[in-house]
Design a binder for this molecule. Sequence first.
Ligand code: SIN
Ligand code: FE2
Length: 215
Amino acid sequence: MIMKEDLFENQRKDMILGQGAILFAGLAKKIDKSLLSSVQEITQLAPFRHMKTSGGFDLSVAMTNCGLLGWVTDEAGYRYQSFDPLSGLVWPKIPPLFLELALEAAERAGYSSFVPSACLINRYVPGAKMSLHQDKDEDDLDSPIVSVSLGLPATFQFGGFNRTDPLQKLLLIHGDVVVWGGKLRLAYHGILPLKSGHHHLTGSTRINLTFRKVF
Ligand code: SIN
Ligand code: FE2
């Protein structure tokens, strides 16, 4: 049966957000179930947790990582590190399927041979948000950021180099992949508070993967 939702999804088109920044509508949808089961395997080893900001506040988004390095924040500040502070163990490996998708998206956006060293996995529940920020903790700013959205839709804000630059707002839905790099590598971006809803694969959550090359 064709659902109204499917018609809407199929009509969506890739969208250029700026020089070197592009939304690939639904690119990850064909492998959505495998991506989500990999997330589940990863979180059995390195569970989602609410990290603390240096100011001592819990982030509303629950996070974990896979890869050689993982992004963490706690009272000592934020950084990339090779082990999970919860277990003391190295982060789970980035599954080959993740790497293939990240590479495909990067290549389509004009960034060849992208080899991410870190994949931050974010889980949003209704009300969770990510304030406007730049991804600037990576030494390698020549490589792009590749972001994969699964589950509930969310409003993504994408701006410029200054926090006050005008923002584009776009709805990211299940399967969408956004790549930004080049001149826009340090663009400010964020996620508005998630609206409640139900997704047949993720329930009342949104999962986001962001791939980064740290060094
Ligand atoms: C991020 O900026 O790290 C996450 C963005 C998103 O959840 O789409
Ligand atoms: Fe980010």
